[in-house]
Design a protein around this ligand. Structure first.
Ligand code: PEP
Ligand code: MG
Length: 885
């Protein structure tokens, strides 16, 4: 196989491997492609990624084939530019740059001006007629080569340059004369000899192989490894190396170098966007030594800047650049991010790639490009990252605003929130009632905090992971939440808290960024979400493509309304326990739990029934005509129990039972491992009255809504945490019995289904049996992940992060479904369920229902719908569409 691919000049560019980024890297493939469509690319060649991998495997040895091919390819460049590498009278110089399959900005190494030595620098001075330029180039080369290839401290060279400037009273590098650069070159060579122990290499071939070696080695540098880990880039890809004839942007005032985007990457506007510098070389633009100038006259005027734009200063080269921009967009059919150089008035292209962009820009470009006929609707849908929509749906922190970051936690629920610190839910409610904005700060949240979470702008907790109570509830309510901030400690007695070494007190103002988990001091200003036309247009296209339905996880009418606005097509999970936590009801719930006699329990349930019915009626009115999965009570009973003496006393008053008696009863209900304890359908089996009351409330509400509006929703009554067919059979019979009674009482009837969650491995394995009872399965992948992995969803934040860092899990399995493990159980249960009941309805309601990678898996398994919290509904719609492409 070919190890080196020449491009530009007379190169053929006809081997498909040359256009394959996995072989020639992103930069190499695009350089060849630009050359093949006739754009001005300095001739060069690409060494394949395969050679890098082989080099690293073979103990840093170059193969003979590679040595031979590089020699030949240098000949290709020499022929194209009409100069010789190492020729003392008219030398050819090259750049050596890395180029992996995907861009890894700033991670790997580059050497410019390679081929200069004590002899060729004189030739360069003579042929360019510019001695100053030649010596400046030579000192740049020594500096870069010493840093990148020889591994010497670049500070030594910078220091020498600084001293020279100081001695002469110069401010900018451009003020140094040829003689001064020449003297500095001597000094630089002295530094090399002193530090490296040998003189600076004069043999240009040795220089070249040194640079190639450095680029290969940089693939395994520490910073590259860290970058790869953070960006899920496999270590065995290797990098390509691009060797290319130098062109010079630093040959005086008719030369320049710049970077540009074919559209504005922040807004998506169709306007050229970028910066350039006259008389400068490559890194000068990004290095920030001189302030770069605008590309277009319009941009310069808009900014009120003085120095001429490229359009004004170099109209010919700019005109050529604009022509190239249009050619590139037409060719790649996407916004391009470009590097260019102008050498004495002639434009050269050094790089092009699809540019990074904000969510807003991604949407605008996708919709605009479809209108321009560049791409199809399908391609437009494919272009937008569903997760990026998150940025658009919540108010976000003003990107221009200053941030004083105190610390950070997990980005548990997106959006920005700012307000005064409050340390308990009641205070939150009181302060909000008097018109304040608050952030509820807790060690962790419990069901009793719900009203405070609702009142607060945002929630901050010291403990808990991405699927902890705080996180799930906050996402459901659309409240920004930062959870598991381990640097946070709260002193309840003094009502103060510490974040790292910052001391704060209740009433102090903080801001949370739910998108990245940052906690900031003071109020950081926000900007409102913009659900403008482009968003709507793209969603219409996505909806036309997707097969799966998208439902929402919601339990209040407000959330249901919002979810419908976001396009939800039903409720996939209504967690009824959230209704029990309401401050006014908890008393009756406690009464019910602690009751020892049926009559006392019945009395408590009679209080709860009309309230539950009202809850359901309000929800069903919003969801009329749509399927609504209502889950019967799930969490362990002791979560509802009183803990404070005052609560016990109050309860004693209503029940007539002594405080000690109540405390003993509460202690009996305590569990060491509640997640595997008395919860889910086990409650229904042991306290059938609870499920009976809930079923009655549901049926009465559906019948009411049907009578008043003429249109009922389709209730799907869901039994949680089922492991056996028998559990479901018993509870289904109970629900059917209640339905019969209610229909008889009300003289009407409605359609309904009874089904179950699949959230235990046994349930997945026994799905064929369980489907004999259940009309639908909803995969509860939060619990299924917890029980399959044996990893607690509440306690895992501490050790899952290192697990992900070490690559044990590619991603947090509570965020993105462990497709190869837990996914097997989902697939198997779906198959076995369908064998028993071919038309069984299948959906997912764990947090994974809002994660694009997990949604792609659901499409593959053929689920009927996914269900996500309201703000994730648009993300799920787009991801479900992409999953079909
Ligand atoms: C689940 O376990 O995936 C689920 C949706 O139920 P919950 O999160 O309420 O336990
Ligand atoms: Mg569950």
């Amino acid at each position: 196989v070919q190890t080196v691919y020449p491009f530009g000049g007379s190169a053929a560019h006809d081997d498909p491997r040359q256009g394959d980024k996995t072989i020639t890297g992103g930069k190499g493939a695009n350089l060849a492609e630009m050359a093949s469509i006739g754009l001005p690319v300095p001739p060069g060649f690409t060494i394949t990624t395969e050679e890098c991998v082989a080099y690293l495997q073979d103990g840093a040895e170059f193969s003979d084939a590679l040595r031979e091919a590089v020699t030949g390819a240098i000949g290709h460049i020499e022929k194209a530019v009409g100069k010789k590498f190492g020729d003392a009278s008219d030398p050819m110089l090259v750049s050596v740059r890395s180029g992996a399959r995907v861009s890894m900005p700033g991670m790997m190494d580059t050497v410019l001006n390679l081929g200069l030595n004590d002899a060729t620098v004189e030739g360069l001075a003579a042929t360019s007629g510019d001695e100053r330029f030649a010596w400046d180039s030579y000192r740049r080369f020594i500096q870069m080569y010493s840093d990148v290839v020889l591994g010497l401290d670049h500070g030594l060279f910078e220091e020498a340059l600084e001293i020279c400037k100081e001695d002469n009273g110069y401010y900018a590098d451009t003020e140094l004369s040829a003689e001064e650069w020449k003297a500095l070159v001597t000094e630089f060579k002295g530094i090399v000899e002193a530090e490296w122990g040998k003189p600076f290499p004069q043999d240009v071939t040795e220089q070249l192989w040194g640079a190639i070696r450095a680029v290969f080695d940089s693939w395994d540098s520490d910073r590259a490894k860290v970058y790869r880990r953070l960006n899920d880039i496999p270590g065995d890809w290797g990098t390509a190396v691009n060797v290319q004839a130098m062109v010079f942007g630093n040959m005086g005032d008719t030369s320049a170098t710049g970077v540009a985007f074919t559209r504005d990457p922040a807004t998506g506007e169709r306007a050229y966007y970028g910066e350039y510098l006259i008389n400068a070389q490559g890194e000068d633009v990004v290095a920030g030594i001189r302030t770069p100038q605008y590309l277009t006259k319009a941009a310069r005027e808009a900014a009120g800047a003085k120095p001429l734009s490229m359009e004004e200063a170099m109209p010919d080269a700019y005109g050529e650049l604009a022509r190239v921009f249009d050619l590139l967009e037409g060719h790649y059919k996407d916004m391009q991010d470009i590097e260019f150089t102008v050498e004495r008035g002639k434009l050269w292209m050094l790089q092009t790639r699809s540019g990074k962009r904000t969510a807003k820009a991604a949407l605008k470009m996708a919709v605009d490009m479809e209108a321009e006929g560049l791409i199809t609707q399908e391609e437009a849908v494919r272009r937008v990252d569903p997760m990026a929509l998150d940025q658009l749906l919540h108010p976000t922190l003003d990107p221009e605003a200053e941030r004083h970051v105190l610390g950070s936690g997990l980005p548990a629920s997106p959006g920005a929130a700012a307000g005064k610190i409050v340390l308990d839910a009641d205070t939150a409610e009181q302060w909000v009632a008097r018109g304040e904005k608050v952030i509820l700060v807790r060690v962790e949240t419990s069901p009793e905090d719900i009203h405070g979470m609702h009142a607060a702008q945002g929630i901050l907790t010291a403990r808990g992971g991405m699927t902890s109570h705080a996180a799930v509830v906050a996402r459901g309510m659309g409240r920004p939440c930062v959870s598991g901030a381990s640097a946070l400690s709260i002193d309840r007695a003094s009502r103060t808290l510490r974040i790292g070494n910052h001391e704060l007190k209740e009433g102090d103002e903080i801001t949370l960024d739910g998108a990245n988990g940052q906690i900031m001091l003071g109020i950081v200003p926000t900007v409102e979400p913009e659900l403008a036309g482009d968003f709507g247009t793209l969603m219409v296209w996505a909806d036309a493509l997707r097969r799966m339905k998208v439902r929402t996880n919601a339990e209040t009418p407000a959330d249901c309304k919002m979810a419908r606005q976001f396009g939800a097509e039903g409720i996939g999970l209504c967690r009824t326990e959230h209704m029990f936590f309401d401050a006014g009801r908890i008393k009756a719930v406690r009464q019910m739990i602690l009751a020892e006699e049926d009559t006392a329990r019945k009395a408590a349930l009679d209080i709860l029934l009309p309230e539950q019915r009202a809850d359901f009626t309000a929800i069903f009115e919003v969801m009329a005509g749509l399927p609504c999965t209502i889950r019967l009570l799930d969490p362990p009973l002791h979560e509802f129990l009183p803990t404070q003496d005052a609560d016990f006393e109050e309860l004693s008053d209503v029940t007539g039972l002594g405080v000690d008696h109540l405390k003993r009863r509460a202690a009996e209900l305590h569990e060491f491992n509640p997640m595997l304890g008395h919860r889910g359908c086990r409650l229904g089996i042991t306290f059938p009255e609870i499920y009976e009351m809930q079923a009655r409330a549901i049926f009465e509400a559906v019948c009411d809504v049907k009578a008043s509006s003429g249109e009922a929703p389709l209730p799907e009554i869901m039994i949680p945490l089922v492991a056996t067919r028998k559990e479901l059979a018993i509870l289904k019979a109970l629900v059917d019995q209640v339905a019969k009674e209610v229909f008889a009482e009300m003289g009407t009837s409605v359609e309904y289904l009874v089904g179950t969650m699949i959230e235990l491995p046994r349930a997945a394995l026994m799905a064929g049996e369980i489907a004999k009872e259940g009309a639908f399965f909803s995969f509860g992948t939060n619990d299924l992940t917890q029980t399959t992995l044996g990893v607690s969803r509440d306690d895992s934040a501490k050790f899952l992060a290192p697990y992900v860092e070490k690559g044990i899990f590619a991603r947090d399995p509570f965020v993105s479904l462990d497709v190869e493990g837990v996914g097997q159980l989902v697939e198997l249960a779906a198959e076995r369920g369908r064998v028993t009941r071919p038309n069984i309805k299948l959906g997912i309601c764990g947090e994974h229902g809002g994660d694009p990678a997990s949604i792609a898996f659901c499409e593959k398994v053929g689920l009927d719908y996914v269900s996500a919290s309201p703000y994730r509904v648009p993300i799920a719609r787009l991801a479900a569409a992409q999953a079909t492409l």
